[in-house]
Design a protein around this ligand. Sequence first.
Ligand code: ZN
Length: 230
Amino acid sequence: MPQYCAGFQDPSGGSAAPCIFAKDGKGGRAYIKRKRDGNCCAFCCVQALEHALNSRFGTRHIVRRLIGWQKQGSPTYKAAFVMSSLVVLPEARQIRLRYKAGERSRFLQTTSWLHKRKVRLRRLLSGRPPPQITKLSEESEQFLRACKYYGRADHPSTDCAWVKLLHKDVAAVSHHRQQLRRLGNRSRHHRRAWWKLRRTIRKCLLPYAQGPPYLIPVAWAMEEAILSDA
Ligand SMILES: [Zn+2]
């Protein structure tokens, strides 16, 4: 005998609303095969949802429904995240479900801060503190910028002999450092390149590391942990 969902039960005890989570995404009631979880579908009943998400099979079932509605462009997809039992899930879980359903960010990959701060976000969602990024001092930042943009027509040229001598290595070391931060220290290529450049710069600057006060490139190298105080 066909059995249809009895409707959305308000967890706070309000009256039931008619179910709109039919598989075809046309807003009808959902068909339920087995009565094990009561007479409501997982989108209408928090207990049924909990039961479903506790098993791989159940989770796949939920995700498959979401994928179906999302592909069709059915309003049921949006409704599922606003007025179904999914709203009781933590935000991170909802984001994961949306992702599994094939929903991707509407922002441009290259300009979105979501893309740039992906590592921070991932760590935040998993409950770990965001990675520490040491900030350079104003002078070091200027030195780094001068090295990065050395010889470029749209950037004022600098007379600093150190910039002329070191600009390639400094720009490269900064690039590899950035990549390592982005990839979480995993990339062997960037790690190797970083250590190699670090040795080169060290050799060049070590004779000048008597101080303080330090020369600007020496101060930069110390802040980047290429040279140490000792
Ligand atoms: Zn339902």
